[in-house]
Ligand binder design. Structure first.
Ligand SMILES: Nc1ncnc2c1ncn2[C@@H]1O[C@H](COP(=O)(O)OP(=O)(O)OP(=O)(O)O)[C@@H](O)[C@H]1O
Length: 252
């Protein structure tokens, strides 16, 4: 469980997250949504202890985040940044095996192969990552994250570059990993998918948490209008139908 209390984040001279208090529960898939620049990446980085400019309290299972060593934090949490850079042209399986550095050679390759299978890439294990497609490379990086023993996954726009079927498949994998007792936090731009798959939605706007809770409650008419500039209705199965016509820009 992650408890956040009075979190402020400054970037340069601007306050980009203000006075945020909330809790990410274990065993749940949490989605952070909000327009560009709302503060989603900043919040994820702060949760991973990557932003020295963040003030306030972040506690992981009762332990102060800042009191944990880098090694302890790395064991506990896995982070997928928004930039999907792979520095070296390794084989796909070698990239994934970097996620399970605690296992010895044979075991790590076996474990890596299993994660590649989860990501539908078992036949690409020996392929160099630079010769994979963008979506396949994104799935290799997801497999590397899944290969860790981390109890907390923080993923910044993990669906970027994935086709619609893989977007859904990846969210299903996250849900099943959450059900195994992990805390999973993802930032998403597709609010329809967020509504369908997330147990808990966090809506950020201009650095403020404006709604938090189950999707139908968090995505009220007012939030859809004010934050996303759209209208929509929920049908059965948490199916958010967004009206095709965009609203006029705020203030237009
Ligand atoms: N290194 C930085 N220096 C100064 N300002 C920054 C820096 N990084 C981000 N910001 C600002 O912080 C605010 C929040 O950015 P952040 O990346 O957290 O938003 P986001 O919700 O993830 O956006 P997006 O959906 O576009 O990825 C933005 O106004 C951005 O311009």
């Amino acid at each position: 469980m992650i408890d956040i209390h009075n979190l402020d984040i400054d970037m340069g001279r601007a306050r980009v997250v203000s006075n945020l208090t909330a809790r990410f529960e274990t065993g749940r898939l949490h989605a952070i949504i909000g327009p560009n620049g709302a503060g989603k990446t900043s919040l994820l980085k702060a949760v991973c202890g990557l932003l020295p400019s963040a003030t306030g309290a972040i506690r992981l299972d009762g332990h102060d985040l800042t009191a944990l060593s880098l090694r302890e934090r790395a064991r506990l949490m896995a982070y997928l940044p928004q930039e999907r850079a792979i520095a070296w042209d390794l084989k796909a399986i070698e990239v994934v095996a970097l996620g399970c550095a605690d296992l010895s050679g044979e075991d790590s390759l076996k474990h890596a192969q299993q994660q590649l299978e989860v990501m539908g890439l078992s036949d690409k294990a020996e392929t160099s990552v630079f010769s994979l497609s963008g979506g396949q490379r994104a799935r290799v990086l997801l497999a590397r994250l899944l290969a860790t023993e981390a109890k907390i996954y923080c993923l910044d726009e993990p669906l970027t570059a994935l086709d619609p079927a893989w977007q859904r498949r990846v969210l299903e994998v996250f849900k099943s990993r959450a059900a195994q007792g992990r805390t999973i936090i993802v930032s998403l731009h597709d609010i329809g998918l967020a509504a369908q798959f997330a147990d808990d939605l966090w809506v950020l706007d201009h650095g403020r948490l404006v709604a938090n809770g189950e999707p139908e409650a968090a995505l009220s008419d007012e939030v859809l209008r004010q934050v996303f500039n759209i209208t929509g209705t929920f049908a059965e199965g948490r199916n958010l139908r967004i009206d095709p016509q965009a609203l006029p820009e705020h203030g237009a």
